[in-house]
Design a protein around this ligand. Structure first.
Ligand code: NAP
Length: 262
């Protein structure tokens, strides 16, 4: 049986950690070559090394996805080094879960929210995904062989989440961005879908996991009774990237153990 992403090239932002790294490795197991992009180059190199160990081509690149020129250069390298781009997984993002670490936005009600925190989250989680999608869409249209755009949103795109309002707004924005792109890019054979994970065990959520009583309260709200693993999201992305996912566009899929449906 042939591999599900044989001959495909994938760009994965946020590929140095968590969901992005798991997706890079899962895609590589299915035959894809990977451009691993992240603001942490050494960790991105580490993902790329693991991809190469699976027998695929991989390049690591340092990028801040909220900076237009860096994103344009990243996409240009996909063309020059991988020979084109078939799949984008836009996983680079920030949340409040690392509250207390330098540069992490504070949790708090919108009525007290500083504009700087609002702008910081929106600049990465929404502007960054828009810029990335736009550059990738241009490259895919120019290449004329279709493609798959997969944006990592969140269950917070649908669930009002007190204390992290700008995160929820950014993810709701990603979902609408995805739907507009789905309509606009359909004539080019390019699909655009979002993934809205529930709580996934990654470095992003490590602090929350250690907070007193947090996991017990969380798991009580998950019908399947456990938090997600990065590979649960990676498998969703794999489905959307593969031939089996070809008739999906403008959808949001929720690997979340049943939280959003309630
Ligand atoms: P993660 O382990 O922190 O990985 C995200 C990676 O993206 C990190 O290396 C991060 O660097 C990087 N990054 C952040 N901003 C960037 C930028 N502007 N340019 C380039 N790279 C950047 O987080 P994760 O849990 O895998 O999350 C991946 C995506 O899934 C995010 O969009 C997140 O919002 C979404 N998500 C996660 C969960 C969850 O429970 N984990 C649930 C729903 C949705 P830093 O470490 O420096 O930030």
């Amino acid at each position: 049986m042939s591999l599900r992403l044989e001959t495909k090239n994938a760009l994965i932002t946020g590929g140095a950690s968590g969901i992005g790294r798991a997706t890079a490795l899962r895609f590589a197991q299915e035959g894809a070559n990977i451009m691993v992009a992240d603001r942490h180059l050494a960790a991105a190199e580490d993902t790329a090394t693991q991809v190469r160990a699976l027998g695929r081509k991989a390049t690591a690149i340092r990028v801040d996805t909220s900076v237009e020129a860096e994103v344009a250069a990243m996409v240009a390298r996909c063309t020059s080094e991988l020979g084109g781009l078939d799949v984008l997984v836009a996983a680079a993002g920030i949340s409040h879960a690392r509250y207390g670490e330098e540069g992490t936005p504070a949790m708090g009600p919108l009525a007290e929210k500083p504009l700087t925190d609002w702008k910081k989250v929106l600049s990465v989680n929404l502007d960054g995904v828009f810029i990335t999608d736009r550059e990738v869409a241009r490259a895919m249209i120019a290449a004329g062989r279709g493609g798959r755009i997969i944006n990592i949103a969140s269950g917070a795109a649908k669930l009002p989440t007190p204390g992290v309002g700008e995160y929820a707004v950014s993810k709701a924005g990603v979902w609408m961005l995805t739907k507009v792109l789905a309509v606009e890019l359909a004539p080019y054979g390019i699909t655009a879908n979002a993934i809205g994970p529930g709580f996934i065990d990654t470095p992003m959520t490590a602090n929350l996991k250690n907070a007193e009583g947090f996991m017990k309260r969380l798991i009580e709200r998950v019908p399947l009774g456990r938090v997600g693993e990065p590979v649960d999201v990676a498998n969703t992305a794999l489905f959307l990237a593969s031939e089996e996912g070809r008739y999906y566009t403008g959808s949001i899929l929720h690997p979340d153990g049943g939280v959003v449906m309630q």
